[in-house]
Design a protein around this ligand. Sequence first.
Ligand code: DLL
Length: 433
Amino acid sequence: MIYDIEYETMPREALEAIQFRRLKATLDRGYASVPFYRKQFEAAGLTPGDIQCLNDLQRLPFTTKQDLRDNYPFGMFAVPMENVVRIHASSGTTGQPTVVGYTARDVDTWASLMARSLMAGGATRGDIIHNAYGYGLFTGGLGAHYGAEKLGASVIPVSGGNTKRQVVIMKDFGPTILTATPSYALHLAEVADEMGVSFRDLKFKYGIFGAEPWSENMRGDIEEKLGLVAVDIYGLSEVIGPGVAMECHEAKKGLHIFEDHFIPEIINPETGEVLPYGETGELVFTSITKEAFPVIRYRTRDITSLNPEPCICGRTMVRMNKVSGRSDDMLIIRGVNVFPSQIESVLMEMQNVAPHYQLVVDREGSLDILTVMVEVSDAMFSDEVKTLQGMEAEITKNIKDYLGVSAKVKLVEPKAIARSQGKAVRVIDNRKI
Ligand code: DLL
C-alpha cells in the first residue's frame, strides 16, 4: 500500500492548506529543538507565530551548506539521538561532509516517496529492480531499496561496482527496471557489450537515473544504447535523499516535486530575491514533514526553474526542469558562464562522439583555458571520410557557436576516460590546486 498518492493530483488550494499546516509544525519543531534555527528566527526578529501564510516563509533567512558544516556532525538534529535510527552523509569532496539523520517515521516517509517516484517512473509491483546505486553513506542505494520494497517490487541490491558480475545478474535474473547514475548505466552497457551481451536484448523497460546532471541529448543516447525509457530522479541528502522530485514516464518533461513534503523556491543566487515561476535560479527547499533533520529554506546550489503547467500524467505537483548544474560547478571561462551539461549537450549532438567526456580547466597567466577531452566512438576508426583533426575542429566550432566559449578539444581513444561507479567526475579544475 502506497500512502499519500492522493496528494499528487490534489487541487492547488487543498494542497497549500496542507503545506501550511505542516510548515507550521516544522517551524515550531526547528525553533524549539535546534539552536541554529532559533538563532535564525531571532536574527530576523521573528517567532514561528509570525509566519501566517505560505508566503511568509520568505521572511526567514536561508540555511546554507556552511551552516550544516558548522554544526557537524549532529548539531542540526531536532530529536534526541535515541530517536534517530539512520545516519547518512554526503561525500564531502570539498571540506567536511554533511551528516543527516532520520527517525523511524522519516525512513518510512522516504520509502513512500521513493515508492511514489518509482511508480511515476513506470515501475509496478510486478517489476524486478536492479539497483546499482551505491549502498552506504550515499543515500542512493538504500533510498531506492526501501522504495522498491515499499512498492512491492523485487529488488536486487547489487550496489555499484563489480560490473561484470552485474551483467551476468542482469542476463540471468531478467530485471525490468534499472536504477543507477546515468554515467554508470552507460558503463554497464559498455561492459555488457564487451562481454557479448546486448543491453537491448535484456528485459529492461525503464531506467530511473539521477544523482548527477545529464542532458536531454544524453537521455536520447542512453535510451538508444540501453533499449529502455530513461527518466530523471532528483534529490539530495540534506533534504531527504533521492525522491524529492521525479519525472513521470508519460511526459518525461520536468520532475514533479513532492510538494506534500517539500516547499520549493527559486531564488536569484546573488541577491536572494525569490523569482517567479519560469525564471532560472537556485533551488531552495523547506522540508515540512521531516522529524530528525528538518531544513528551512535550504540553498541547494542547484540551478533550475519551476513549471506550474498541468502535466499529461494528471499530477498537479509543480515540475522543476532538469538541473543544468550546480552553481559551484559553473565554470567561468574568460567571462563566459558555462555548465558541464551544456558542453555535454553540444557533444551529444554529434555523430561518432561517445558519451564520455571530461573538462579540464587550467590557468595560463590571467586566462582560463578549457580543454574538452572527449572519446570518439569505435565507429570513427572505420570512418574513412572524417579525419580526427576535422572532427576536433567541428566540435570546437560547435562549442563556440552554441556557448560562445573558446575551448581546446582533445579527442581521446575509446575507454581512455576513467569510468565511475557512481557520480561521474566531469571537471578537473587545476586552478584550485
Ligand atoms: O545524489 C541523491 C540521489 C541519489 C538522487 C540517487 C537521485 C538518485 P547527494 O549525494 O547528496 O544526493 O547529492 C545531491 O546531486 O544537489 C544535485 O547537485 C545532484 N543531483 C541529484 N540528482 C540530480 C539530477 C543524491 N537528477 C546533489 N540531476 C544535488 C542533476 C542531480 N543533478
